[in-house]
Write a protein that binds this ligand. Structure first.
Ligand code: FDA
Length: 927
């Protein structure tokens, strides 16, 4: 069965791709040439995972250029038989030049820039441009030597600005200012495309050298739409196909009319789009050889033949390479050929009439120039009637309540956002070393001791000093919280929710500043810090939305003559004990849930991140939290934390942190002390030893990238991080080789530099502890690879480390390390993989990369973890979408960011009222 399927898929692929055999490639190109069709060659494969892969890709381009130059040396340019029609002229009114009427150049290659650097980061386009340029330069030199044109393909929207900037940067260098010939693709489905095209035309004109612009509609429509929806960003693409078609016509006109600066390559199979360009050229009396049509290999053969007959220039886009790297390309072609929206399927499969197909695309829609024209950047995109970008429909919200919406992450491809972040970091560097007192009853309380909070990337940099509470201040905070509680508990739920929503809006307004603090205080990368702050906003808004719902008692049953309603009361006074690894999100989440439910709290942040906690406290006060309802108590956990946990006047503890401390709290809170009125509730989130299984048939590109992010994102210091990777035997060697190469390509350095994917660990203590564990690991298993770290004694770096051959009973396999250390195991089969995965005391996150429906079904049913992720990374849970939390020694099963989370901070009451009045049952009122 498998060989037959393989043969069929290969045959299918061959319809659209030329394969990787040099002889076959040359024969196919020769065949095109004989038919007067020019070519552009594209090397299959995109988005490389490691620097060796990027090197290899660049090398292959040089090889193919050399091969094609050698083999096509004797070929004559594809010349059209007839001479220009009499009186024909270019759009500028000048006589046609040799460029315009001469033979079509033979050598033409298409390059995907994502294949030339593995560490492209939206927040650091400058480094990407440098690195890609290094690999491009030899290709451009070879193109100069061989007279080839180099075209930049256009990929996903996230790479669009980078591609345009790279293009202008490298072709402005004296070495490439005149040669080789250059071109790039513009995607008409993008709302920005008109502005981008205008910019390229102006640029080409200013440099007095032509650019070939390949006008395409765009091949990633589904992807862009889904990504925008998932992130809550406005969609960058038009929502309706006729809008894209109309824009394509508009831009093709623009291209033809600016032929003094750009050479038009109209790339489409759509007869209406082609006819429109032809008609416009004819109207302007342009020579048909003045521009070219481009189509994909294996598609729309009759259209190509017709254009040749008309005397047009035709070029085919010919992808070469192996099937697997070409899978993404093949999928795009199959989607296009089967899409209900697509021209080809409409014409051939659905038999739509000629009149319908040739109809003006935008009779019903008008394509206005976008606001973007003046101000490039995703944030400026008009959302308007853009239905596809409407965030996540179908949410479960009772009538009369507003649905919660997640805070979108910052799009760092926008220069203004990067600038804001750079400035915030700079501003914060000028404010370091301040003192942050305790806040009790809204009053600042200074103490005898002040603990410095140090930048983990530079231990000499003191981010701030936190007041160190003693038991006396802990008691004062508790007294304030107790005194404030009754009034707060009776404050209507809607009012409490409004204060939380206001806090969220203040956090949003200070997003860049808060990120800057996290970057300096916790060593979070730009994107990790941004995600943490966004999650804090989400927690405030989500719990506020839930409280508004829970604030209305719910009828339990309808029964005549009696009303029965269930409602929620706050528990009382609680202590919030938060970790440093999500310094704002977790702290805010636990605090917001407790507060909005009507409790008063003492916030006890981590010793490592008191500065960000002090800012949260300020924002809560600014938003209107009454005095005493929230109190900030920085200080030693061992004394003040323990004192509060044991205190009979404390009704609940919300804790996130290590298993060691969590279990102590659990035990201590279980003991009832004299004067205690409540059974203490403990909301306890602890660690994990999380596992991902990579199946034999897993998509390697996805698995390598996802596992890398899961294991080493924020240096592995997430309770959700991947620490045990189990790879099926068949895939093991190939996977490990790519995985290690990809890990070795990750940039390491201080978190304030946005290009660094790996930063320091949180503290000197953590560094020493992890390094010690690595030494233990060396005795237990095989050190397969270890990265390098910058030589800076003031920074707390730990080299990224990968162990193989890790025995299931070793400490490496069982103990949480909380650092960039990964244990990789080989499994004979899926049974063994699952058994290994389910070994151990933790059950937090887990994952599996597989294409097998049977195995996916098995992990869904059998993998022991609180949050299971299939075919994606296992970190980065989103509020409401992925309620987060584990069981076993990972926690009490509570789900932060879930619909039921607030119930942990409440007690439930039922009120029953007899409504019968001597046999008369009046109409019931809602409470
Ligand atoms: P057709 O008229 O059927 O249009 C299909 C296109 O419409 C889709 O591809 C999409 O862009 C758009 N569309 C579909 N549904 C839509 C909706 N609901 N709302 C709005 N728009 C919708 N692509 C790319 O992204 N980068 C590149 O570098 C290249 N390079 C390239 C070179 C050459 C020579 C060709 C011919 C094509 C490309 N492409 C490309 C692919 C190109 O973007 C496009 O996917 C195909 O050519 C199909 O478009 P047609 O105009 O041929 O068909």
């Amino acid at each position: 069965m498998a060989p037959a399927v393989r043969a069929q898929v290969t045959a299918l692929a061959r319809q659209f791709m030329l394969g990787d055999d040099a002889k076959e490639i040359l024969a196919a190109l020769r065949d095109l040439h004989d038919r007067q069709i020019a070519f552009t060659v594209d090397l299959l494969g995109e988005a490389v995972l490691s620097e060796p892969e990027a090197d290899q890709y660049a090398r292959r381009y040089l090889e193919i250029l050399e091969l094609l130059a050698r083999e096509t040396a004797g070929w004559k340019g594809v010349a059209r038989p007839e001479t220009p029609r009499e009186g024909s002229r270019s759009a500028t009114g000048q006589r046609p030049t040799a460029r315009e009427t001469g033979p079509t150049p033979i050598l033409n290659i298409s390059v995907k820039i994502s294949a030339l650097y593995s560490q492209i980061h939206p927040a650091d386009p400058e480094t990407a441009i440098e690195q890609i340029s290094d690999r491009l330069r030899p290709i451009l030199r070879k193109a100069k030597e061989t007279g080839a044109l180099v075209n930049f393909d256009m990929e996903s929207y996230a790479l669009k600005n980078l591609t345009l900037n790279l293009f202008k940067t490298i072709f402005s260098k004296p070495e490439f200012d005149r040669e080789p010939a250059r071109g790039l693709a513009i995607q008409a489905y993008l709302k920005d495309s008109e502005a981008d095209l205008a910019d390229i035309i102006a640029w080409a004109r200013s440099r007095q050298r032509h650019v070939t612009v390949r006008l395409v509609k765009g091949a990633y429509w589904d992807y862009e739409t889904v990504v925008a929806q998932q992130r809550g960003w406005p969609s960058p693409v038009f929502a309706r196909k006729p809008e894209t078609d109309a824009n394509f016509e508009k831009l093709s006109t623009m291209l033809l009319e600016n032929d003094d600066a750009v050479d038009a390559a109209i790339a489409t199979h759509n007869v209406r789009s082609i006819a429109h360009a032809l008609a416009h050229a004819e109207r302007r009396g342009m020579d048909l050889r003045h521009f070219e049509f481009q189509m994909l290999y294996g598609m729309a053969e009759p259209v190509k033949a017709a254009l040749l007959q008309l005397g047009c220039r035709v070029r085919e886009y010919c992808p070469v390479g192996e099937l697997l790297p070409g899978m993404a390309y093949l999928v795009r072609r199959l989607l296009e050929n089967t899409s209900n929206e697509g021209f080809l399927a409409s014409r051939y499969a659905r038999g739509i009439s000629r009149e319908e197909l040739l109809k003006k695309p935008c009779a019903a829609v008008t394509v206005e120039p976008q606001a973007h024209f003046q101000k490039p950047g995703r944030a400026d995109l008009p959302v308007g009637q853009d239905a596809v970008a409407a965030p996540l429909a179908k949410q479960r919200v009772p009538a009369g309540f507003i649905a919660f919406q997640n805070e979108p992450p910052t799009d760092f491809t926008i220069e203004a956002e990067r600038q804001k972040m750079r400035e915030s970091i700079r501003d914060w560097r000028n404010q370091l070393g301040q003192r942050y007192p305790l806040i009790i009853n809204h009053k600042s309380v200074s103490t005898h001791d002040w603990l410095p909070s140090l930048n983990p990337a530079n231990q000499k940099e003191i981010v701030g000093y936190a007041a160190q509470a003693t038991v006396a201040e802990a008691d004062a905070a508790l007294a304030a919280a107790r005194a404030a509680w009754p009034k707060w508990a009776r404050t209507p739920a809607d009012e409490r929710a409004a204060i939380l929503e206001k806090t969220a809006s203040f956090v949003r307004a200070e997003k860049a500043a808060l990120c800057a603090i996290e970057i300096l205080e916790a060593g979070k990368s730009w994107t990790e810090a941004d995600a943490d702050v966004a999650e804090a906003i989400d927690f405030c808004n989500f719990y506020a939305a839930r409280m508004r719902i829970m604030g209305r008692p719910e009828r339990t049953q309808h029964v005549a003559g009696e009303s029965n309603f269930q409602g929620w009361w706050p528990r009382g006074v609680g202590v919030i004990i938060a970790p440093w690894n999500f310094p704002l999100a977790i702290l805010t989440g636990m605090t917001a849930a407790a507060l909005v439910a009507g409790n008063s709290v003492i916030i006890k942040p981590s010793d490592q991140t008191p500065v960000i906690a002090a800012h949260l406290m300020q924002l809560l006060m600014k938003a209107g939290i009454p005095p005493g309802v929230a109190n900030l108590l920085t200080g030693p956990g061992g004394t003040v934390g323990a004192h509060l946990v044991e205190h009979p006047q404390v009704d609940f503890i919300a804790f996130t942190g290590s298993k060691e401390v969590g279990l102590k709290i659990w035990e201590s809170a279980g003991r009832t002390r004299p004067g205690q009125m409540n059974l203490k509730k403990v909301v306890c989130e602890m660690g994990g030893k999380n596992c991902v299984i990579v199946d034999s048939d897993a998509d390697m590109d996805e698995a390598v990238a996802g596992c890398l992010a899961s294991a080493f994102g924020y240096q592995g210091q997430k309770c959700s991080a991947l620490s045990r990777l189990i790879v099926l035997e068949d895939n093991y060697d190939a996977f490990l080789q790519r995985f290690i190469a990809a890990a070795a390509s990750m940039r390491v350095g201080p978190a304030h530099d946005p290009g660094n994917l790996i930063g320091p660990v949180i503290s000197r203590d953590a560094q020493q502890r992890i390094l010690k564990m690595i030494e233990t690991g060396k005795k237990e298993a095989v050190l397969a690879w270890q990265g390098k770290v910058p030589d800076n004694p003031e920074a707390c770096y730990v080299p990224t480390t990968i162990f193989t051959g890790v025995p299931p009973d070793s400490r490496l396999f069982r103990e949480e390390i909380f650092g960039p250390v990964l244990a990789v195991s080989k499994a004979r089969d899926f049974n063994e993989a699952l058994t290994l995965a389910n070994t151990g005391e933790f059950a937090l996150t887990g994952g599996c990369y597989s294409r097998s429906p049977a195995n996916i079904k098995r992990v869904k049913g059998e993998m022991v973890c609180g949050n299971l992720y299939i075919n994606r990374s296992i970190t980065g849970a989103i509020v409401e979408r992925q309620p987060f939390g584990g069981f076993r020694m990972s926690g009490g099963g509570t789900k932060a960011g879930g619909r039921e989370y607030l119930e942990n901070f409440t007690v439930t009451r039922v009120v029953t009222e007899n409504c019968l009045r001597r046999g008369f049952a009046p109409e019931e009122e809602e409470p």
